[in-house]
Design a protein around this ligand. Sequence first.
Ligand code: FE
Ligand code: FE
Ligand code: FE
Length: 209
Amino acid sequence: MSVKTLHDLFVHDLSDIYSAEKQLSKALPKMARAATDPMLAQAFTDHLAETHGQIERIDQIVETMQIKLKRIKCAAMEGLVEEGKEVIEEVEEGLVRDAALIGAAQKVEHYEIASYGTLAALAKHLDQPEAVKLLLETLQEEKSTDDKLSKMAEQGGGNAAAAAGKGDADTAKASADSKKSMEAATGKKSGDAASTKKSGDSVPSKKTA
Ligand code: FE
Ligand code: FE
Ligand code: FE
């Protein structure tokens, strides 16, 4: 495929993000199933619905501009989805996997944000206001999703532990215990931090156990 003009580049990039969205629409249901926190699963499901709408917007742009998309596969999304699969296979279920899933999803959103930003700028250059409007709508959805994921990562622990009940009890307890131990260790030993590492058995919670 030869890309010579900004118009060619726009068609190329639009074809690329079309492929990316299609790949993502297959991956999101798997990510939703792999999530422990029901709120995270819901966020993935909600974004799947948005993704379908985004694909429709691309179809609208194709119609408005009377262009034809190229058959290309977005290699970046292929890699990002592959990393998402690794997360599901390798990271233990529960809080840690949820954190990893959020990280994987945010990498996807950042790729999309960069792509739609470029496309909107190209459409503006090409004097295609309708395409600009549609691309900016999608860009806003990707940014909102990214923000939502950031907030979930920040509040994560509590929500997931409460929602997961049995599955996460151990993880949540371990995390709470280690936090307590750390507070105890740092609180009591704030003067000589160096000795904390040497004497691992000086953690108070161990004595009371
Ligand atoms: Fe998208
Ligand atoms: Fe791509
Ligand atoms: Fe997205």
